[in-house]
Design a protein around this ligand. Structure first.
Ligand SMILES: Nc1ncnc2c1ncn2[C@@H]1O[C@H](COP(=O)(O)OP(=O)(O)OP(=O)(O)O)[C@@H](O)[C@H]1O
Length: 335
């Protein structure tokens, strides 16, 4: 069977009247197999929206080949569009219309049977607010309404640009469940997102781009393994002082709320030894394979040696640990 989505050698340059032309896509390649949830990742300005808009016929490419569900686009877009649901830019809704009315108008325009409206409202958890005016909706509810509009056609391929924007943690979990349910029914889903931990949880595979080019792709586990950064989570009593000791000894250390992350280490036994000689007992020492590390590694925005940075949503320590002076322990030496 053909891939759900295939892009090869895609080039898009934005022309400018005054400045220099801007190359947004520089021979981009991307493949999404059917039935996958696929994460489309890249730093700000790397070309994700441009790629999705070009794929959906909203921008004209300069070169390259694209196909959706086995059909070459943009030529076959009129035929393939009814099988694709997409939100590429936050849709503007009329605040005075209800969610139900909005979806009815969209359903009518798209020739979608009316009974789909109730189904998608249920799926996105908006059934109880369907008759309320959209201006009373939170940002997260508007986001869910947008997803509902993309689901109206019961598409084979769903493309969502930043679907978790504006959602609180409960909303993110609901969105995750919703997308998983759709994928289990056989829908292929492409999500562009900056929330890497979320992508790591939900996606089967990823494409990572930087400056308009693919820099990494494949099943999530494979991308993680290929970019293993020798990162370990350490739990000890008095982790702040322990972090000092490891930092003084030359390790790259990040202090989180209740644990320490040590980066770029060849042999984790070094941690136990360094802490053991200072009478610290390690309660947990586990490898951390983070998509964030792979992402930063591949897109060139990784942490610099000796630099401390916060992880997860933890805050900067009140009095940041000193950056180790001199050379940080090299991978091969820290053993
Ligand atoms: N209409 C435009 N005219 C000129 N340059 C543009 C235009 N739209 C985007 N660009 C430029 O093209 C490049 C890619 O932008 P794009 O919006 O596709 O990136 P992105 O990965 O979607 O970014 P973000 O994550 O911030 O949404 C950027 O350098 C951007 O400044």
């Amino acid at each position: 069977m053909t891939a759900a989505l295939e892009i090869s050698g895609l080039v898009k340059t934005y022309q400018s009247l005054f400045g220099k032309p801007r190359v947004a896509l520089d021979k981009l390649d991307m493949v999404v197999e059917r039935g996958e949830i696929h994460g489309f990742l890249g730093p700000n300005g790397s070309g994700k929206s441009t790629a999705l808009k070009t794929l959906l016929g909203l921008l004209r490419p300069d070169a390259g080949h694209m196909s959706i569900l086995g059909e070459t686009v943009p030529r076959a877009l009129p035929r393939v569009a009814p099988r694709v649901g997409a939100i590429v830019e936050a849709p503007a809704f009329f605040g005075n219309f209800s969610g139900y009315k909005t979806l009815s108008i969209l359903a009518k325009a798209g020739g979608v049977p009316k009974d789909r409206i109730g189904i998608v409202l249920d799926q996105v958890g908006l059934a109880s607010r369907a008759e309320d005016e959209i201006k009373s909706y939170s940002l997260g509810m508007r986001q869910r309404l947008a997803v509902a509009s993309a689901l109206l056609k019961d598409p084979e391929l769903l493309i969502l640009d930043e679907p978790n924007n504006g959602l609180d943690p409960a909303g993110i979990r609901e969105m995750r469940d919703l997308l998983r349910e759709q994928a289990e029914r056989g829908m292929t889903i492409v999500i562009s997102s900056h929330i890497l931990a979320e992508i790591q949880q939900i996606c089967d595979s990823v494409t990572i781009i930087s400056r308009g080019r693919r820099v990494g792709a494949g099943p999530v586990a494979q991308v993680l393994a290929a970019n293993d950064q020798g990162t370990y989570r350490v739990r000890v009593d008095n982790h702040r002082e322990a972090a000092h000791i490891l930092s003084e000894a030359g390790a790259q250390v990040t202090l989180a709320a209740d644990h320490i992350i040590v980066h770029d280490l060849a042999d984790p036994a070094w941690i136990s030894r360094a802490l053991g000689v200072n009478d610290f007992w390690v309660r947990e020492l586990s490898p951390v394979a983070q998509l964030e590390d792979a992402f930063l590694n591949l897109t060139g925005g990784g942490p610099r040696r000796g630099q401390l940075r916060p992880v997860d949503n933890s805050e900067w320590p009140a009095d940041p640990l000193p950056v180790p002076q001199g050379d940080v322990i090299e991978q091969g030496h820290a053993s």
